[in-house]
Design a binder for this molecule. Structure first.
Ligand code: ZN
Length: 463
C-alpha cells in the first residue's frame, strides 16, 4: 500500500465516529420528492452539511420545483471536478416492512439502515468526508470542486436540463463524478461509464360504458384483455422488443467496450444474486446477458391495473385498464422518436382502441469512453482504496440524466460509489455497509488528490 493511501486510511479509522455522524445527520431527515415529505427543511440541512465541509454554498430556487444545493471550493488550480449527487429519496412505503424507522438511522451488524443510505445520501456524505480528510491530512483540496446536489432526481429531474442551461459556465469542469456505484457481491468496486436514457409512459384501454356484470364478458369487449394483448406484442418470449424500428439507432459496441464486457463476464454472481437460479428470461451465455443488460434498450412493464383486485371474488367486466411502462434507452436513441414508434405500434395492433400517454418527456442515454484519462484515474484509486480491481460497466443498466454532463457540457463522467447487492434501494430496509462507506471516503479522497497530476501528466503520485 502506498504512503498516502496508508496515511488516509489510518486517519479515517481515527475519525470514524466523526464520519459516521456526518452520515447519520444526512439520514436523519426525510426528503421525499414524490410526496413532498420533509422537502421544506431538507435543502437547508444539506446546505449546512456542505458548509461544514468547508464549501461555499448556495441554494438555487429558480424553478417551480425542489431547490438544488450548490457547493464550491475554489483553489485556483488548473483542474476542476464536478460532483453530482441528489438529496431527495424514494418514499419509504411499505413502511411496515421496515425493521427500524426509515428516517432514524440504525446500525446493525456492520450496516447502517435508513432511507437514502445508499441512494444517495450515503454517497454524498462520503464525498463530503473526503473533503474533510484532505483538509485534515494534507491541509488543502488541490483543485476546484463543485458539488451539485439535486432535489428532484427520484421524480425524473424535471428541472435539471433548465438548470444546466442557466448555469452552463458555473458547471464547467474537467471531469464529473456521478452519483451511483457500489460493490459486487465479492467486494469488487463497480464503476459505471454511462447511464441509460428513459421514457416513461402509460398504455390505456378504455370503453365508453360503465363497469358491467361479468356475464357480459361473453360478447362485450374487455379493456383488460385488449391491454394485455397489446402489451404481449411489445416483446417476444426471449425479451426482444418487437416494435418496428426500435433498434434502428442502436450501435454495436466498439472494441474497447467489448473488452470491458469480456471482464464483466466473470461477474456471474452479480446476476445470480439478483435474478435467482431460475429467474432469467433466456439461457444466453453470460457475456450476452451483460451486453443486453448494459448496452441494449428495453421495454419493461412496471404495473398493470384494471377491474377488481381486492380480496375474494367480484365478478365484473371493467371499463378501463392501464399499464405503466418504462423504456430504457441507449446512446443515439431519442426518447421522442421511440415514443412515436410505440404510439404507431399500439395504434396498429389495437386498431386504434388503445392509447399511449407519455408521463414525462424522458431523456437520452450517456456514455464516456473507456479511454478517457479520468476513467483510468477512478479505476486506479478504486483499486488502491478497496485492495481489489474494480469492475467497469460501459453503462449502468439504470438511468440518470448524465447526458447533461456528457452531451450538453461535453465533460467525461464516471459513476463510483457505495452500495451492494444487499442495499435494497427504493425498498424497505435500505442500507450500506459501514466498511464500504469508509472505503468510499478513501476512494474519493485519493481521486481528488491525484486529479490534477494525473490529468496533466498521466501520473498518480499519491497512492
Ligand atoms: Zn433512486
Amino acid at each position: 500500500m502506498g504512503e498516502i493511501t496508508e496515511r488516509f486510511r489510518n486517519r479515517i479509522i481515527e475519525k470514524r465516529d466523526e464520519y459516521l455522524e456526518v452520515l447519520k445527520e444526512m439520514l436523519s431527515f426525510p426528503s421525499v420528492s414524490a410526496t413532498g415529505e420533509g422537502m421544506d427543511e431538507a435543502p437547508e440541512r444539506v446546505a449546512r452539511a456542505l458548509e461544514r465541509a468547508g464549501l461555499r454554498v448556495e441554494i438555487f430556487r429558480e424553478f417551480n420545483g425542489y431547490p438544488a444545493v450548490w457547493g464550491e471550493l475554489r483553489e485556483e488550480r488548473h483542474g476542476t471536478l464536478l460532483i453530482y449527487n441528489h438529496y431527495d429519496v424514494q418514499p419509504p412505503d411499505p413502511i411496515e416492512k421496515w425493521t427500524s424507522d426509515p428516517f432514524k438511522p440504525s446500525i446493525r451488524d456492520g450496516r447502517i439502515y435508513a432511507r437514502g443510505a445508499c441512494d444517495n445520501k450515503g454517497n454524498l456524505a462520503a464525498r463530503l468526508c473526503a473533503i474533510d480528510l484532505l483538509m485534515d491530512s494534507v491541509g488543502e483540496v488541490p483543485l476546484n470542486i463543485k458539488f451539485l446536489v439535486e432535489g428532484e432526481e427520484e421524480i425524473g429531474s424535471p428541472n435539471l436540463e433548465k438548470f444546466f442551461k442557466n448555469h452552463r459556465d458555473s458547471l464547467s469542469a474537467d471531469a464529473c463524478l456521478w452519483e451511483m456505484g457500489g460493490s459486487s457481491p465479492e467486494g469488487r468496486p463497480l464503476i459505471y461509464l454511462g447511464a441509460k436514457g428513459i421514457l416513461y409512459l402509460e398504455i390505456h384501454a378504455t370503453e365508453k360504458r360503465p363497469d358491467l356484470h361479468s356475464s357480459w364478458g361473453a360478447i362485450v369487449r374487455n379493456p383488460a384483455l385488449e391491454l394485455v394483448h397489446v402489451i404481449s406484442t411489445l416483446r417476444n418470449r426471449e425479451g426482444l422488443v418487437t416494435v418496428d424500428g426500435f433498434y434502428d439507432d442502436v450501435e454495436k459496441p466498439d472494441s474497447e467496450t467489448l473488452a470491458l464486457l469480456d471482464e464483466l463476464g466473470s461477474a456471474e454472481s452479480e446476476i445470480r444474486a439478483v435474478a435467482g437460479e431460475d429467474g432469467l428470461i433466456s439461457r444466453k451465455p453470460l457475456k450476452e446477458l451483460f451486453t443486453d443488460l448494459t448496452m441494449m434498450p428495453c421495454i419493461n412493464v412496471c404495473g398493470l391495473n384494471s377491474g377488481y383486485t381486492g380480496p375474494g371474488s367480484k365478478t365484473v367486466l371493467p371499463n378501463t385498464a392501464y399499464a405503466k411502462i418504462d423504456v430504457r434507452l441507449v446512446p443515439r436513441m431519442r426518447p421522442e422518436k421511440i415514443l412515436e414508434l410505440i404510439i404507431k405500434h399500439v395504434e396498429r395492433v389495437s386498431g386504434g382502441r388503445v392509447s399511449v400517454r407519455p408521463l414525462e418527456k424522458g431523456y437520452p442515454a450517456a456514455r464516456t469512453s473507456p479511454s478517457e484519462p479520468f476513467v483510468e484515474l477512478v479505476k486506479m484509486t478504486a483499486e488502491a482504496a478497496h485492495g481489489v480491481k474494480p469492475l467497469v460497466y460501459p453503462s449502468s443498466p439504470g438511468s440518470g440524466p448524465m447526458y447533461l454532463v456528457t452531451d450538453f457540457l461535453g465533460t467525461p463522467c464516471v459513476a463510483a460509489g457505495i452500495g451492494d447487492h444487499r442495499s435494497n434501494i427504493h425498498a424497505p430496509d435500505e442500507s450500506i455497509s459501514l466498511e464500504d462507506y469508509l472505503k468510499g471516503i478513501l476512494h474519493i479522497a485519493l481521486t481528488i488528490i491525484n486529479f490534477v497530476p494525473y490529468l496533466r501528466s498521466g501520473v498518480a503520485p499519491y497512492l
